[in-house]
Design a protein. Structure first.
Length: 455
């Protein structure tokens, strides 16, 4: 007992939490099932995220439910879950290191580690095979192969949407659909998994709450701001109830995005700052970088813009994105915001130099983002007195947007193009862009609809 107390005092809470989580997933238990009557779901979540160190009495109860010895959770030679076969320890370690490499912005190293255990996975326990498949999907996403990531994540979800790990798969899948521009699928995938988790009473876990936040984000992009706001309020209340700082930060983040989309950056900024504070305490990750980037974008929308603070946040986000598993889309979106800061600061040449490579790189992966870059490059050319080049970039944006369909971001961009063509004195082009803006929101002429119904 004295030895166990010594090990418990000396172990890093983050490492202990990660071991408990791996053992729980291997045992097929939920956080609620693991805690039982001895610990709330929120407290188990905080233990697993390294925010709390359980006392020895509670750890002993948890270990019994996991089917492992307390010492195995505290010692270097951890046995994960019910499979005590030490043959797989090196595979587990390789997968641990691959995940850390991916999170740390080294996808090449993560790929090398996964390749190194590929031959052994054929005979490995199912939980290791599944975990390797998840890491492969995240690796594909980080490399910009959204189709490959989506296919792999769909396969994982087919194993069961109410299983341990399903929420994490659905979060990644919804994110990939969002980045590919399919916002409807981003919402429906997340909602289907949430319904399955809710049926088993698992909607209060960290992963489930973050999935709910992801669904709210998809509704923001679909333009359903009222529904997204209601979701965020429910998530905030639930996250406060179970004590999940990560879920609470995520919900405040999306609440700030709702206010920003409503044209109220002065209301969005404090919500984003609160989210940033909560997330900085909870974990340093890709999401922290994306949130910092979002805050920088909101600061550019303020009247007057907070240019110095926005530049600082966008620069910090760029460093954090480079050191994480962030996708090329995340990095390009942040870089484009930095280019916009350059334009607002009176540096059009620098803004154009940053925007043009983004337009080229995002053409096939994220056409709306590529079109945004083309518009910004056009605005920079206009500021430099290069009217023909500005119009050429605006027409390039039109080519990218054509065929995107109903999309809030596309609608905003069509409207921006209308204003730019108006500025250039091209009234017919401006009129066409404004009509496209209306179409991108799903608006149609009542006269046309009535006439079609009579045919």
């Amino acid at each position: 007992m004295d030895e166990a107390k010594r090990l418990l005092t000396g172990i890093d809470p983050a490492e202990l939490g990660a071991r408990i989580k791996r053992a729980r997933l291997a045992a097929g238990l939920t956080q609620s099932q693991l805690g039982g009557e001895d610990a709330s779901t929120g407290y188990v979540s905080r233990i697993e995220s390294g925010q709390r160190r359980p006392d020895l009495a509670l750890l002993t109860v948890l270990a019994a439910r996991l089917g492992v010895e307390v010492r195995s959770l505290l010692s270097v030679g951890l046995v994960d879950g019910p499979d005590p076969d030490a043959r797989w320890d090196d595979v587990r370690v390789a997968l641990d290191h691959a995940e850390l490499s991916l999170r740390g912005g080294s996808p090449e190293e993560a790929g090398r580690l996964l390749d190194g255990v590929e031959d052994r996975l054929a005979a490995a326990p199912a939980e290791l095979v599944e975990r390797a498949a998840h890491l492969r999907a995240l690796l594909a996403e980080a490399a910009g192969d959204l189709d490959g990531a989506i296919e792999a994540l769909e396969d994982l979800l087919e194993l069961g949407r109410d299983r341990p790990g399903a929420a994490a798969y659905a979060i990644a899948l919804s994110r990939c659909y969002r980045e590919s521009g399919d916002f409807t699928r981003a919402a429906t995938v997340g909602e289907a998994c949430l319904d399955a988790l809710r049926s088993r009473g698992l909607d209060g876990t960290d992963d489930a709450l973050q999935l709910a936040v992801t669904v709210a984000g998809a509704h923001i992009l679909l333009g359903d701001l009222a529904h997204a706001a209601r979701l965020c309020r429910r998530i905030i209340a639930r996250a406060e109830e179970v004590g999940s700082r990560i879920a609470l930060a995520s919900a405040y983040w999306n609440a700030s995005v709702v206010e920003s989309q409503r044209g109220a950056p002065e209301a969005a900024a404090p919500l984003a700052r609160r989210a940033l504070h909560l997330w900085a305490d909870a974990e340093g990750s890709r999401n922290l970088a994306r949130l910092r980037s979002e805050l920088g974008m909101i600061q550019l929308d303020l009247d007057p813009p907070e240019l110095d603070d926005a530049r600082a946040n966008l620069a910090a986000a760029a460093r954090e994105l480079d050191a994480s598993s962030a996708s090329p889309v995340d990095k390009s979106r942040n870089a484009l915001a930095s280019a916009r800061a350059d334009l607002l600061s009176g540096e059009p040449e620098r803004a154009r130099a940053a925007a043009l490579p983004i337009e080229e790189a995002m053409r096939s992966t994220a056409p709306v983002l590529a079109a945004s870059a083309a518009v910004l490059a056009g605005q920079a050319a206009w500021e430099l007195g290069e009217r023909d080049e500005a119009v050429a970039r605006y027409r390039a944006a039109i080519a990218l947007l054509t065929g995107v369909g109903s999309d809030r971001r596309a609608a905003e961009l069509w409207f921006e193009l209308g204003a730019r063509f108006d500025e250039a004195g091209l009234r017919d082009d401006a009129h066409a862009a404004y009509r496209s803006a209306a179409a991108a929101t799903g608006l149609r002429s009542a006269y046309d609809v009535g006439r079609r119904s009579q045919v």
